[in-house]
Design a protein around this ligand. Structure first.
Ligand code: FES
Ligand code: FES
Length: 160
């Protein structure tokens, strides 16, 4: 840290946190430095979605947000979703479908899907594409990822 270092405080996965940061530090860098490595560095330019987190429940690219822009906000990362022993519904369906290849895109996919499921009641394909089209899979496993998500969404629709 330098003489320009500041602190930033925000809620991270439901817990109040304060971190030292630099004026030009991106949220992605801060999260990974602090051990939240489930959020991935892909392009660093807002084009791949590997770094997707939720900012006040909306999916954003953490590689584009300065850490200080998170001041006072709510940030949610993949660490706040499921765990190895207790995966969230989408994670479980991804496992069931054999949809995880290298896995690099998956945390971002899960975060975008979470934003979708929390914000919408209607899960027609067009809406789902709107939420998910910022998340690229370099292994090109889209069909299985889509099928896994569709299962979760169809269950939600059926339970309305
Ligand atoms: S690393 Fe942020 S969009 Fe690719
Ligand atoms: S599973 Fe490898 S990038 Fe999607």
């Amino acid at each position: 840290m330098t003489s320009n270092s500041k602190t930033v405080s925000f809620t991270l996965n439901g817990e109040a946190k304060t971190f030292a940061t630099e004026p030009d530090e991106k949220l992605l860098t801060l999260l990974r430095r602090e051990g939240y490595r489930g959020t991935k560095f892909g392009c660093g330019q807002g084009t791949c979605g590997a770094c997707t987190v939720l900012l006040d429940d909306r999916a954003i690219y953490a590689c584009l947000l300065y850490s200080q822009q998170a001041e006072g906000r709510s940030i949610r990362t993949i660490e706040g979703m499921g765990s190895f022993d207790n995966p969230c519904d989408f994670q479980q369906e991804l496992i069931n479908a054999g949809a995880v290849q290298c896995g690099y895109c998956i945390p971002g996919m899960v975060m975008s899907a979470t934003a979708l499921m929390e914000a919408e009641n209607d899960f027609d394909d067009e809406i789902v594409r709107e939420y998910m089209d910022g998340n690229l899979c370099r292994c090109t496993g889209y069909e299985k990822i889509w099928a896994a998500l569709r299962k979760v969404l169809d269950r939600k629709e059926a339970s309305k």
